[in-house]
Ligand binder design. Structure first.
Ligand code: HEC
Length: 147
């Protein structure tokens, strides 16, 4: 093989690698924005990572979360001793009533409500990435709003 052929072969290999990489990236982007997968990832974050249901779902007498009223809002079972700002109720978040997608994403990325105020404790000031927040919001919006 001449030197020229080697260079051509090398260039071909580089172009092939580039094409494969771009193709993979496009599959990745398509997967990330696929609505069904967003909802599924959001469900996982809500149920197993951020544990939103621990506060936002009422409990049965046994203490277990009441699946028939999933994320329909619940009174806080406890409050701190002394004078601390505290919300006695975690509102319904199934269907995210009153929140646009963008407002809810901002809340989950910054802890700020529409208008800029912070939520009262014990609502955590989450710092989700935009992508995670979009997943959580897609899941919550997929649920029927409260009765
Ligand atoms: C430790 C308990 C707790 C957890 C965990 C929790 N929340 Fe909350 N959440 C609250 C309480 C209490 C409020 C009411 C705060 C207030 O009145 O300012 C609230 C308020 C909210 C609100 C309404 C804010 C408003 O406009 O007043 C939204 C939306 C919300 N939570 C979503 C979520 C999501 C989504 C998750 C999980 C990613 C989550 N919460 C996890 C306790 C919790």
């Amino acid at each position: 093989m001449t030197r020229f052929h080697k260079i051509i072969a090398l260039l071909c290999a580089l172009v092939a690698a580039l094409v494969v990489t771009i193709f993979r990236m496009q599959i990745g982007i398509a997967q990330r924005s696929d609505p069904a997968q967003r909802v599924e990832r959001g469900r996982h974050l809500v149920e197993n990572v951020a544990m939103c249901a621990e506060c936002h779902t009422p409990r049965l007498r046994s203490g277990a979360l009441d699946r028939s009223r999933w994320l329909q809002g619940a009174p806080m079972a406890y409050k701190p001793l002394g004078e601390t700002p505290w919300a006695p109720l975690a509102p319904a978040i199934a269907g995210l009533p009153g929140y646009s997608e963008e407002q809810a994403v901002v809340l989950l990325m910054t802890g700020q409500k529409p208008g800029g105020a912070a939520c009262l404790p014990p609502m955590p000031a989450y710092r989700l990435s935009r992508d995670e927040a979009l997943d959580v919001v897609a899941y919550l919006k997929s649920l029927p709003a409260g009765r």
